[in-house]
Design a protein. Sequence first.
Length: 206
Amino acid sequence: MPEPIVYLIDDDPSVLKSLVFLCESTGLRSMGFGSGKEFLAYAESHPALAGCIVTDFRMPEVSGIELFEALRKEHCWLPVIMVTAHGDVPTCSKAIRSGIFDFLAKPYPEDLLITRIAAALKADERRQTLLRRVTKLTEREKEIMELLRAGRSMKEIAVDSGTSIQTISKHRQRLLDKLEVRNDVELARLLDTSGWSDIGKLPSTS
């Protein structure tokens, strides 16, 4: 697993410098980028990233939201924290619904940013752990996992596959145990934010 890094993106050099200093002073490894375009180029050449992203909302060429959307299209699933001096409730709500990890309005307390970064790093650690656990599932368990994620009931899965509900229930419980999730809702939520479909691109965990 690659070392987690806080990727900081801001077109204001002084702000970027202060963010890098803040992270480094609290023991967080970080890298600064002066634009979304610059980070996208970096991400393209480094497909197995770990950590989180802190990006400004309003930037020339590529905005924070455009950056987020481009990263998801390229199957980069790092948690994204968006910061802006122009935030409002509708913008914040839209960003959260689209999958942004968090949204902070400037000026924000430095300790709040560090707290949210720590939470994002923890979320990505769990995402990476989930991906490793998915590799331990059998092909049948993966099939059932995808059907559960799509909202199919155990009865529907059993009927479609010509298998008893008891058998499907056993497969379901084994995959939940292996992934260490409690129910189908938690399973779907984790899979939707994990990028598990790109698992073949991940480095070996052996």
